[in-house]
Design a protein around this ligand. Structure first.
Ligand code: MBD
Ligand code: FE
Length: 302
């Protein structure tokens, strides 16, 4: 069928509207449907292929894997790059790089002042202390900034989504002190892989891709008057460091994993050898001429 005939059909469908509806929704849906009609035509998609795809989407929704697919197909990273570009165009520079939130944040983690231990002592992974300051873009500390952290255990699994872990295991909200300092004690995480037998894995197989992430730790960092930072740091030397199925690794987010021991652990109640990461977060001042980084999305809450 030629594209003019397809567009005439689309026009007829759009003209069937009897009320204004939501103009923004209409513009987006009409565009996506047109692109898909043209895809079906250009790639000669068969009815079997169409219904297979529809069923795939149905099953993906039932299993709650759309957030994972958004990361794996690069949509979430693309949204980051668009925010970066908007900031660049507005003349903003510096600040800790953002990277994707991913689908595994859970709201409501217990809040601590200055320091938190976020593991429950049962994880066989290596003890980790991460510490640093939250700074404004003028390099001055942001007193009482909030550092929300979440990461996987030694099997690459996240509490809440993995019912075998206690509530809020490896998750915490740390209120920085008056000098902007935060620290937490945990265990070194292991990289995540998409659920075996799931829809994301099935799709990635068809694309000839893997579903692994390098080991990483997630953060939301916020302070009044500053742009909320969504980011992650990576554990260096992970084989997947620059081969992340979600494309989240970025320069500036791979701190050194130092070896520490003895008296260095005392402030954190750690004895013996442990891994230490020093990392400062730098936030940019909020401004009205760039899109907000306070992203609304459905999130788990416990
Ligand atoms: C994760 O832990 C994650 O961070 C992303 C982006 C996707 C799946 C699992
Ligand atoms: Fe993650």
């Amino acid at each position: 069928m030629n594209h003019d005939t397809i567009d005439a059909l689309l026009q007829k469908i759009n003209d069937s509207a009897t009320s204004e509806g939501n103009p923004r929704t209409k513009a987006i849906v009409n565009r996506v449907v047109r692109d898909l009609f043209h895809t079906i035509e250009d790639l000669d998609v068969t009815p079997d292929e169409f219904w297979t795809a529809l069923n795939f989407l149905t099953e993906t929704g039932k299993r709650g894997e759309f957030g994972l697919i958004a990361a794996g197909l690069g949509f979430e990273h693309f949204l980051d790059l668009r925010l970066d570009e908007a900031e660049q165009k507005a003349g903003m520079e510096g600040g800790t790089p953002r990277t994707i939130e991913g689908p595994l944040y859970v709201a409501g983690a217990p809040e601590s002042d200055g320091h938190a231990r976020i593991d429950d002592g049962t994880d066989p992974g290596q003890t980790l202390v991460m510490r640093g300051r939250v700074l404004g873009d003028d390099g001055k500390p942001l007193a009482h900034a909030l550092v929300e952290v979440w990461h996987a255990n030694h099997l690459g699994s996240y509490s809440y989504f993995d019912a075998s872990q206690p509530a809020f295991n490896l998750r915490g909200s740390i209120r920085a002190d008056a000098q902007g300092r935060y620290s937490f004690r945990s265990v070194v995480p292991v990289g995540y892989s998409v659920p075996p037998g799931g829809k994301t894995e099935q799709l990635l197989d068809q694309l000839g891709r893997h579903g692994h992430r390098p080991a990483h730790i997630h953060f939301f960092v916020s302070s009044p008057g500053y742009r909320k930072l969504t980011t992650q740091i990576n554990i260096e030397d992970d084989p997947y460091l620059w081969d992340d199925f979600a494309f989240a690794t970025r320069d500036g987010l791979v701190p050194e994993l130092k070896k520490a021991e003895g008296a260095q652990g005392e402030p954190y109640g750690v004895t013996g050898n442990f891994a230490l990461i020093d990392f400062d977060f730098t936030l940019s001042r909020e401004r009205g001429d760039v899109p907000t980084t306070q992203v609304q999305r459905a999130r788990a809450a416990a």
